[in-house]
Design a protein around this ligand. Structure first.
Ligand code: HEM
Length: 402
């Protein structure tokens, strides 16, 4: 499966004209499904977002794309980073060219209503070319009063349009059934859209604790990777002493703590040691976590955590600290690794297992490990992990030398 990214003007989802620029809504449906699945969106969320998003606004392709200036990267400093200068723009929307498709989706494109469904399901659609030469779907037959008005001159009306991805919502049987459910229950559609929109715009903000302001929803949502707060009042040194006397080896202690921490992504603040999700599916079965060794170590650490009133998450981190302190001592150095308690343990019910698949480490230079051979070099992959974990240059060199 290809990346599914658009090939035109930096659109972020799929090519609106069809896969490889060839209109075919059934094929496009598969790319839409794949692209949105990578954002942890299921079919219902995807249909709600596409239909809801395209209820308002319009596409822009009323002119010759060849007349546009250079793209932002190639344009001169006088464009102030904007690029795509349009000599015919006149300060209005009428000659705007962005995607190359031209037209609105609904009769009232400035109102959030059920107009997208009325239009898509109320007409037969045929392929036409926009003024900029892009493939778009237009109704075979439509009453004049059902057409949207021109964005700049309300006395003129134009045909509405559908992208290939919009047509996928009608042609693909699963999306079709979902759209019909929405049409029969507009309140359900609005709620599904609102939830999916909130998810789309907040998924990369990390844990809910990072939200601020009066509009923060009270409800916990599974995609926020909720983790309950853990105890901070247990006897840390007693836990460390038990770990030190448990018979687990330094590599077992350190590797488990590292594996628990290394899923952390600074890009969206997912993963990491908090929650101790390394003991849950899917992480407990990932090849990089060496499931047999992991199960052995957890079988020792979990009872220690329970007896002390500490979270397993904290106990795994402490195990790493004990391992490093032991190794340092063997080399003649007496050190104490700093520690802050309070991590919590997530349950399976708090874990959107499928959305964790994308965090699976398939390479880890810090453990000298590659799941398979990749086109990128091991050194580049190591830098990628370093950057994702938010390690600075000093942080990286320190951790590789300990
Ligand atoms: C299914 C994949 C999608 C495709 C292929 C797609 C494609 C497009 C295209 C080609 C345009 C016209 C851009 C232009 O010419 O200026 C557009 C505009 C727009 N899209 Fe999407 N889109 C998708 C999903 C979404 C989603 C998920 C949302 C939000 C929930 C959304 C909201 C909008 C809005 C509001 C506009 C109008 C912008 C304006 O009026 O300037 N789209 N989309």
């Amino acid at each position: 499966m290809s990346i599914g990214a658009a090939v035109q003007m930096g659109l972020i989802y799929v090519n609106p004209e069809g896969v490889g620029g060839k209109p075919d809504p059934m094929k496009t449906a598969q790319e839409v499904r794949e692209t949105f699945a990578r954002m942890a969106m299921d079919d219902e969320e995807t249909a709600a977002l596409t239909a809801g998003g395209h209820t308002v606004g319009k596409t822009h392709g009323n002119g010759d794309a060849a007349l546009l200036g250079a793209d932002p990267e190639s344009a001169g400093p006088e464009t102030q980073g904007l690029g795509w200068l349009n000599p015919k723009q006149e300060g209005l929307a009428n000659h705007a060219v962005t995607s190359g498709l031209e037209g609105a989706w609904t009769t009232h494109p400035t109102v959030f209503d059920m107009g997208f469904f009325d239009m898509l399901f109320g007409h037969e659609w045929e392929l036409r070319k926009s003024p900029a030469g892009a493939w778009q779907w237009e109704p075979v037959d439509i009453e004049e009063e059902d057409k949207p008005v021109d964005a700049s001159n309300p006395s003129i009306r134009h045909n509405p349009i559908m992208t290939d991805a919009d047509m996928a919502m009608k042609v693909d049987p699963t999306y079709n059934a979902i759209c019909r459910k929405f049409m029969a229950d507009p309140e359900y559609f609005k709620d599904t859209f609102a939830r999916a929109w909130f998810k789309l715009t907040h998924r990369d903000m990390g844990p809910k604790a990072r939200y601020v302001g009066p509009d923060v929803p009270k409800e916990d949502l599974i995609w926020q990777d909720p983790v309950p707060a853990g105890s901070t009042s247990y006897d840390v040194n007693a836990v460390k002493a038990k770990i030190a006397g448990s018979g687990l080896t330094v590599p077992e202690l350190v590797a488990t703590a590292w594996d628990s921490a290394r899923t952390y992504r600074g890009s969206d603040m997912r993963g990491g040691a908090n929650g101790a999700r390394i003991r849950l599916a899917p992480q407990k079965d990932w090849a990089g976590n060496e499931p047999d060794r992991l199960a052995k170590v957890l079988a020792v650490l979990e009872p220690i955590a329970k007896a002390a009133g500490a979270s397993v998450a904290d106990t795994i981190v402490l195990a790493g600290n004990v391992g490093i302190e032991k190794a340092a001592k063997a080399a003649g150095f007496d050190i104490e690794v700093p520690f802050a308690p309070g991590r919590g343990d997530a349950t399976g019910e708090m874990t959107d297992a499928a959305s964790f698949d994308v965090l699976e480490p398939v390479h880890d230079g810090y453990r000298n490990w590659l799941k398979e051979d990749y086109a990128a070099s091991a050194e580049e992959l190591m830098l990628d992990r370093t950057q994702l974990m938010g390690l600075t240059a000093p942080g990286r060199t320190t951790s590789s030398s300990t």
